[in-house]
Design a protein. Structure first.
Length: 247
C-alpha cells in the first residue's frame, strides 16, 4: 500500500480518498493545511494510483482491513481518520471492524444505505465506463501510474463495488464508539436527510452541512471552486473537532 506522511506532532490523521482518486486528486488543496498542525498520513487503496491491485474484488471491508494493517505496521496505537466518499465508507468499516485503533473520525460525503444516494445514482452506475469517468480523475491516476490497464482495472472494480453495494444495518452504525464528525454538502450526491440520519445513529456524532457539491468543500479535483474559502473553513472545523476534549 502506498502512503505518504506530511507534518509532524499530535495524533496521526489518516486520509482515505474517494473512489477513483489519488492522494493528489482528493487532498492536494487541504493536505498542507491539515499537516500544518499534525502528522498526516495519506493512503492510496487497492488498485488506486501507486498501490498495486490484488486478485480479489474491492470491498469496503477489505480496504478497512488494509488500512488497519498499515496502522499496525507503522506501530501506531490509535489514529484519527478522515475519509471522503468511498473513503468515508472505509473509515466507518475501520471503526466497526477495528474499533481499538480509531480515536476520532471524520466521515465526509458517505452513506450506509442505497437510499442515501441521490435518485438515479445506481441507474447511472449501471452505465459507468472509462469513457465517462471524470477526466480529472483519469489524469491524476495516469500522472502517478501511467499504465492504462491499471486505470481500467481500478475503474471496473470501483464501479462493480458500487453496483453491488448492500445496505448496512442501523446497528452497525450504532456500534461505532469513536466520536464522529459527519460532513455533507447541501448539493451532494448523498442526501442531506441521510447525513442527518447517520448523525443520529452514530453515538457522539456531530454534523456539518456546507454549501457546495460532492467534494467541492475539500477542493477535490472534479469539483474544486477557484478561490473558494470553504475548504479552509472546513479544515478549521475538522481541526477543532479533532482537538476537542470529549467527556
Amino acid at each position: 500500500m502506498y502512503y505518504e506522511a506530511h507534518g509532524e506532532g499530535g495524533r496521526p490523521l489518516i486520509l482515505i480518498h474517494g473512489g477513483g482518486s489519488t492522494v493528489e486528486s482528493n487532498w492536494s488543496n487541504v493536505l498542507p493545511l491539515l499537516a500544518a498542525h499534525r502528522t498526516v498520513i495519506a493512503v492510496e487503496l487497492q488498485a488506486h494510483g501507486r498501490t498495486a491491485d490484488v486478485d480479489r474484488p474491492e470491498t469496503f471491508e477489505q480496504d478497512a482491513d488494509d488500512v488497519a494493517t498499515l496502522v499496525r505496521q507503522l506501530n501506531l496505537t490509535s489514529v484519527d481518520l478522515f475519509g471522503f466518499s468511498n473513503g468515508g465508507h472505509t473509515a466507518m468499516q475501520i471503526a466497526i471492524r477495528h474499533p481499538r485503533i480509531v480515536r476520532r473520525m471524520v466521515i465526509a460525503s458517505a452513506s450506509y444505505r442505497r437510499e442515501g444516494m441521490i435518485d438515479g445514482f445506481f441507474e447511472m452506475m449501471e452505465h459507468a465506463s472509462l469513457d465517462n469517468m471524470p477526466a480529472p480523475l483519469k489524469e491524476a491516476f495516469l500522472a502517478v501510474n501511467p499504465d492504462p490497464h491499471a486505470l481500467q482495472t481500478m475503474h471496473d472494480k470501483d464501479a462493480a463495488r458500487m453496483r453491488t453495494f448492500d445496505d448496512w444495518s442501523d446497528d452497525a452504525l450504532r456500534s461505532i464508539n469513536a466520536p464522529a464528525l459527519i460532513i455533507n454538502a447541501d448539493r451532494d450526491v448523498i442526501k442531506t436527510d441521510h447525513a442527518v440520519a447517520m448523525s443520529r445513529l452514530i453515538p457522539n456524532a456531530r454534523l456539518l452541512i456546507v454549501p457546495g457539491t460532492h467534494g467541492s468543500y475539500l477542493g477535490e479535483a472534479c469539483t474544486v471552486v477557484p478561490d473558494s474559502k470553504i475548504p479552509e473553513m472546513v479544515v478549521r472545523v475538522v481541526e477543532e473537532f479533532l482537538d476537542e476534549r470529549f467527556a
